[in-house]
Design a protein around this ligand. Sequence first.
Ligand SMILES: [Zn+2]
Length: 180
Amino acid sequence: MTSKEKIQSADLKTITVLHYPASQLRAIATPIEQVDADLIALAQKMFELMFEFKGVGLAASQVGVTVRMFCASPTFCPEDVHVYINPKIVSVEGSATEEEGCLSFPGIFTKVKRAQRVTITATGLDGNEFTQTVEGLHSRICLHENDHLDGLVLLDKMGAVAKLANRKAIKALEENTLSL
Ligand SMILES: [Zn+2]
């Protein structure tokens, strides 16, 4: 399917945040060909869901639409929203280890080491390409969401000890989905 077909086949009335181990979370997302009304509507729906579920970032793969777009609000404020279409991490600098969660892994938190500062190029909802250097939480969100577009999830960032500490929650997620 092309990105346009994937976006058009999404029912915005029913899509919601998917939990691990949904197969879409493992997909390599498709580059987006054009910014149009359907894509803008999808981004708006993603912001709604992100705020509803109290997240500061959400990738399209997490709502089952495997195209290369994510949204972010590092301050969890509707006036501070960012959309990244076809993002590319240009460079990274420094490192920081912070506790991290994911809307697709409810109740699971783990310390993840990531770059402290990142320069990212993407297309915005206005169709224009931009380059941005961000740091701290904003940088962490960009790296976390960009991972989603490559089929990588929080579980892949967990060491053996963290997996052991979260084993009940991980098992519950796996069983819950399998029993649906
Ligand atoms: Zn996530």
